[in-house]
Unconditional design. Structure first.
Length: 320
């Protein structure tokens, strides 16, 4: 499989994401373009569910690259993220060497700590050459891992290499495309951030969120898309423990469609609040009166602009 070229401009980057049904604003397309051209890791920070992880997935599909995902968690260590030795196979190798009378300890050590006994985990896999081009290495939710793991990543991000004591340094012929995400449950050390380009991924405005819904759910009706996005936009202004992200908007619109709703009404909202909100206190705060009040609110300026644009597009399409 031949390697597909990288985008040559911000506009091409935005179009590449759009082909994967990812609606990106210019600021995000710009920093992604610079990351690809400069060969620097991209550090994406923002609330959960705003589309940070999806960027890596769409990029891998659009460029025809392998996606290697390292999901971070508390206690993540080198043996899970980078490499470990196949101890069972090593023991078999030692027993076979003893059975054949091998007594040269230095040669035996070199043999059992060779690459044939090495188990490659995501980071080491990302340093391997690939005919389709360097893979996309997604280091997802880095804030869940320990600070000690951050320190280990510095060599990977700076030099595209890892050092294995028994083997030496393994360096990538071409550095992988690295995307790091964090939900900001804790601060990431400056030493790691300095090696990356940074972008805060915020909740989209009404216009862009409606574009996202219509791109990802092409069968949804215009009215349902507009009203669902409008309600979620107002809901995010409430004092909630966890505001719904774009992922929840898409799930909710899908749920409403599955229930046969063509518009948003108090009953459908009450029935499906568990799709939008994931904490009982937040759900309890959405009383029937509060839901009705949110539905009755006048659209904000960006909601009105989004609806006007959509109406214009429909009229233009019908006229054509």
């Amino acid at each position: 499989m031949s390697e597909l070229p990288l985008p040559r401009s911000v506009e091409e980057t935005q179009a590449l994401l759009a082909r994967g049904h990812y609606v990106a604003d210019r600021a995000l397309a710009l920093v992604l373009f610079l990351s690809l051209i400069m060969g620097r890791p991209l550090f994406l920070e923002g609330e959960a569910g705003v589309g940070k992880t999806e960027i890596a997935k769409v990029l891998a599909r659009a460029l025809g690259r392998r996606l290697i995902r390292l999901q971070c968690y508390e206690g993540l260590d080198i043996s899970s993220a980078v490499y470990e030795w196949n101890y069972a196979a090593q023991m078999v190798g030692i027993r076979l060497a003893e059975a054949t009378g091998e007594r040269d300890r230095e040669r035996l050590s070199a043999d059992i700590f060779s690459e044939r006994f090495l188990i490659r985990r995501p980071i080491l896999q990302a340093l391997e050459p690939d005919m389709a081009g360097p893979p996309i290495l997604l280091i997802d939710e880095l804030d869940r891992a320990d600070e000690a793991f951050e320190a280990f990543l510095l060599e990977v991000l700076s030099e595209a290499q890892v050092t294995i004591p028994e083997l030496g340094t393994i360096r990538a012929e071409r550095a992988p495309i690295v995307i790091i995400t964090t939900n900001r449950t804790r601060e990431i050390h400056d030493a790691l951030k300095r090696r990356c380009l940074y972008h805060w991924v915020d909740y989209p405005d009404a216009g862009r969120e409606r574009e996202i819904v219509e791109a990802r759910l092409p069968g949804i009706g215009e009215r349902l898309a507009a009203e669902a996005v409008g309600f979620v936009q107002r809901l995010r202004r409430e004092d909630l423990f966890k505001k719904p992200g774009v992922a929840e908007t898409l799930d909710w619109a899908t749920a409403l469609g599955a229930l046969g709703s063509s518009a948003v009404d108090p009953a459908s909202v009450a029935d499906t609040l568990g799709v939008l909100l994931k904490y009982q206190d937040d759900i309890a705060a959405m009383t029937p009166e509060r839901i009705a009040a949110l539905l009755a609110e006048e659209p904000s300026s960006n909601e009105a602009a989004a609806n006007e644009t959509a109406t214009t597009e429909i009229a233009t399409t019908e006229t054509a």
